[in-house]
Ligand binder design. Structure first.
Ligand SMILES: [Zn+2]
Length: 147
């Protein structure tokens, strides 16, 4: 399932102009590589653990690992992910949707997400518990957040 970064999200729901794809990689397409700070990765792990959006019946496998012969011999369990991470930017004007596998892409394949997604992770506030439906309905459809 490939979607270019920062395109409008249309995968499991009708498109909404404030919801964007991040990290939907596919081995047919190049992706940007680079360094992501460990504290950002740790925070994204915590965010992902608290979020179960759009869980599907089948898991989403990592194509890069799957095609690596060494990996196939040594690891019966291919990295997989199920579900999505929905992450608002700090001002709640955009929501980024990433597959759970994004963590694996960052850690194992040096995927570098766009800066605005890194900023959204950095600015994410656990105290203002992000509940996707709540944010989506209250802050995206009705425009002015009062948090
Ligand atoms: Zn992989």
């Amino acid at each position: 399932m490939y979607f270019a970064d920062n395109t409008i999200y249309t995968y499991l729901q009708d498109h909404h102009t404030k919801v964007y794809n991040i990290g939907w990689l596919d081995d047919q397409y190049e992706y940007r590589k680079g360094y992501v700070a460990p504290k950002i990765i740790r925070k994204l792990v915590r965010i992902g653990e608290r979020m179960d959006v759009n869980i599907c019946r089948g898991a989403h496998f990592c194509q890069y690992c799957y095609k690596n012969p060494t990996f196939q011999i040594e690891n019966k369990n291919h990295p997989r992910g199920n579900g999505e991470i929905w992450l608002p930017n700090k001002s709640f004007t955009k929501v980024y949707v990433a597959p759970k596998l994004i963590l694996h892409y960052i850690q194992a394949h040096q995927y570098l997400p766009p800066k605005e997604f890194i900023d959204a992770i950095a600015g994410y506030n656990f105290i203002r518990r992000f509940i996707f439906e709540h944010i989506f309905i209250k802050y995206l459809i009705k425009p002015t957040p009062d948090l």
